[in-house]
Design a protein around this ligand. Structure first.
Ligand code: WQD
Length: 351
């Protein structure tokens, strides 16, 4: 079996991708310093796949510790690089934290790719690289505009660094531009674990619905969209995970003729924040408590994907609906709540 190193393997998208990779016959090792994740998701992966995945609890910002992983695993065929901080709002408040963590870790990893001649590299990029696009939906050739946040800058710079390194070393790379990942594995055994207060809309919705948060603040309803709230393209995390397997197979099968290529990973359906709240209420029967607040600095107004390239070249077909995204996210939140009640023995009061 081909051995794949997944960085951030204990994280939300990383854990779901590991499940898909194992189900497609790959041998996986993970590296994750658990600064914003826990090994709980590795237990979920084992329950789903029957495979125990080894995680190296290493900070990729430490070159020597990172290099040691490759010395111990000289047979790594490919790398899928998820490990990074990803909260738009936090990156505006703490830019240096984001530039240091997200770029130093990437550069250390690429140094090892060069010295250990790892042939294939898949990068977790983001639609935030488009900034506020003039025209939507965006394609992979939509001009890259000024990023709206330091988080977006780290993804833009990350793409440039990888492109140049691939050109210089011949290591083949694919940049995957995610739209808004959401939802959870249908088993309810893995999902999004937020260590502190959630920043992203869907976990804020589910934590409000379960009573962990008092309600939802909609960050602005005066934008130039159909209902004034921001517009996004929510993609089910399992669809997103499978795209990584397809990208890796595309590389291994020698289908990438250039040294780097880029793919949008979104559904191609745009939905506003207010519509998402209504869709959750309809999909789950839970009434949400929300209010309108000020705009959030760093927010893109409206963006959704043209995903034809991933469909045509990778054979990717995102199958999960928005309803399934919201229902699986809700199932996961309820499971977490049950586990917490078991663990703490106390009832979490529902609002
Ligand atoms: C979505 C919308 C908020 C919380 C995310 C990831 C980023 C990247 C792109 C993958 C915005 C609004 C949110 C709340 C709200 N993904 N919102 N109240 O900013 O689009 O970026 O997708 O790489 O990593 O962070 O996602 O869910 O934070 O916000 O009104 O309490 O929901 O203003 O318009 P975002 P998000």
């Amino acid at each position: 079996m081909k051995k794949i190193l997944v960085t951030g393997g204990c994280g939300y998208i990383g854990s779901h991708t590991i499940v898909d990779l194992i189900e497609n016959g790959f041998d996986i090792i993970s590296v994750d310093n658990n600064s914003r994740s826990s090994t709980q998701l590795l237990e979920g992966i084992e329950k789903i796949t029957g495979k125990k995945v080894k995680n190296y609890k290493v900070d990729l910002c430490d070159f020597n510790d990172t290099n040691a992983i490759f010395e111990e695993n000289p047979d790594i065929t490919g790398i899928i690089h998820f490990a990074a901080y990803k909260a738009v709002g936090e990156s505006v408040e703490k830019p240096l934290l984001y530039f240091d963590n997200n770029l130093s870790s990437l550069i250390n990893l690429l140094k090892c790719v060069g010295s250990f001649k790892v042939p294939y590299f898949v990068f977790s990029s983001s639609c935030t690289v488009y900034g506020n696009p003039d025209k939507i939906p965006v394609t992979e050739t939509t001009p890259i505009k000024q990023a709206e946040s330091p988080y977006g800058y780290t993804k833009q710079m990350g793409e440039q660094i990888i492109t140049e390194v691939s050109r210089a070393t011949g290591a083949k790379s694919i940049l995957l531009r995610y739209f808004n990942p959401a939802g959870a594995h249908p088993s309810g055994l893995i999902g999004e674990l937020t260590i502190d207060k959630p920043q992203n809309l869907v976990p804020v919705i589910t934590q409000s619905a379960i009573g962990k948060l008092p309600g939802i603040t909609v960050f602005g309803d005066q934008y130039p969209t159909r209902d004034g709230s921001c517009l996004r393209d929510f993609i089910h995390v399992c669809d997103l995970a499978h795209a990584h397997t397809l990208a890796l197979q595309y590389l291994i099968n020698g289908q990438l003729t250039d040294t780097t290529d880029i793919f949008n990973l979104g559904t191609g359906n745009g939905i506003t924040v207010l519509e998402t709240i209504k869709a959750f209420e309809k999909a789950t029967g839970v009434t949400l408590n929300y209010k309108i607040g000020p705009n959030r600095p760093g927010d893109v107004v409206a963006i959704y994907a043209n995903n034809d390239k991933a469909k045509n070249l990778l054979g990717w077909n995102p199958a999960h609906t928005l309803e399934e995204i919201l229902q699986t996210a809700w199932k996961w939140e309820q499971k977490l709540n049950e586990d917490e009640k078991l663990f703490t023995g106390k009832n979490i009061t529902l609002n």
